[in-house]
Ligand binder design. Structure first.
Ligand code: EPU
Length: 336
């Protein structure tokens, strides 16, 4: 059943814990009822949200916000080593990961404990510990907001890249994702080369799906704030990518700077390190700061407004630019 609310508080729908309201808020539990709603039409701007773990509301939203409550999970193909699992866009991301790990299906284990919902995993191409969701996505089903027609995007159509997909570019704001189908494996090599993941897995008794999930959860819990305890949107900035020459010059001045060579020849820097070096762990603003264990995460210290978070973020970007000459770009989706 479609549920509609007016002047609806978004406090429970953004992990930053920012007080904002939506003029209209629409929740749907099935594709057909959403299609019927869209066919009737509505006026004003629209926005689709998932778990609100990557959103920053700066003002009230004077339009219609859609939120999926489609929580289905069905195996649509089970052949040789591959499982195709079609999942409703409103499914909690970590419940999906826990389920696949319990079933003995490989693919999503490194993406454990990421807040958010399945629909957003495709928009955002969530990634952690050497794996990105887009690598596992077979297809994305959506409804066009304008025509209510069904649209199917293959993995290739989605144009996944680091924290990027077509849904952040040409298709931005045009569709409501209803289902995402993941290609999982009954057996596959583990990906344990990121940071101390391999070491953690060995401490737990060796590489099994359950141990990889447990190790990832432990690493994340040690570094990242729990959204239920501290308001944040996870990584606030993207890790910047610079040319090899620039990376070399930076390394000559800052020999401890973490750098990761990309296959394209460019070099990825660590935004968290850059922000920490600018002293932000020690100098929070009144209501906003960075997390003590990961400076890439901007936190609500209590009672922050969206505008205060943006002001703080601007100051951080400015300081990194001044000190390193590197431009940080926000990963968080700012809704103005
Ligand atoms: N570092 C610091 N100080 C800090 C934070 C990091 O010196 O305050 C250094 C670390 O010591 C390490 C390097 O920076 O040498 C990288 O840190 P980390 O391994 O924590 O990863 P990250 O690059 O900062 C990215 C993702 C995270 C993801 C981790 C693990 C982005 C923007 N963030 O962080 O994603 O969990 O890798 O794969 O790519 C998210 O998107 O919300 C998120 C948490």
């Amino acid at each position: 059943m479609i549920r509609q609310y007016s002047d609806y508080s978004l406090l429970k729908h953004n992990t930053f814990g920012i007080e904002a309201a939506a003029k209209n808020f629409v929740e749907f539990s099935a594709e057909e009822e959403l299609a019927a709603f869209l066919r009737k039409g509505f006026s004003g701007p629209s926005l689709v949200i998932g778990g609100g773990s990557n959103l920053l509301f700066v003002n009230n939203f004077e339009g219609t916000i859609f939120h999926s409550c489609i929580k289905s999970m069905e195996v649509v193909s089970n052949e040789s080593n591959d499982i195709l699992l079609r999942v409703g866009s409103g499914t909690n991301w970590d419940e999906l990961v826990a389920y696949t790990v319990a079933q003995g299906w490989y693919g999503l284990e490194n993406l454990s404990a990421i807040p958010g919902e399945v629909g957003a995993s495709a928009v955002q191409n969530v990634g952690a510990y050497g794996v990105e969701a887009g690598e596992l996505i077979e297809r994305v089903e959506a409804l066009s907001i304008e025509s209510a027609e069904k649209r199917i995007f293959s993995q290739l159509d989605c144009r996944f890249a680091y924290r990027y997909s077509i849904f952040k570019a040409e298709e931005k704001g045009k569709n409501i994702i209803t289902h995402v189908t993941y290609r999982l494996k009954k057996s596959a090599p583990f990906k344990l080369s990121y940071g101390n993941l391999n070491e953690k897995v060995n401490e737990l008794g060796g590489a099994t799906l359950a141990n990889v999930r447990k190790a990832v959860c432990e690493i994340r819990n040690a570094k990242l704030p729990l959204p239920s305890e501290i308001g944040s949107a996870g990584s606030f900035f993207m890790n910047p990518v610079v040319e090899q020459e620039t990376a070399k010059e930076l390394l000559a001045t800052y020999p401890t700077m973490p750098q990761y060579a990309l296959t394209c020849g460019n070099v990825k820097l660590s935004a968290g390190w850059l922000v920490e070096q600018c002293g932000w762990k020690e100098t929070p603003h009144k209501h906003v700061g960075v997390y003590k264990n990961q400076a890439l995460v901007v936190v609500n210290r209590g009672g922050a407004t969206g505008k205060e978070v943006l002001e703080f973020a601007d100051a951080v970007v400015h300081s990194v630019k001044e000190k390193f000459g590197v431009e940080l770009v926000m990963e968080v989706n700012v809704i103005r």
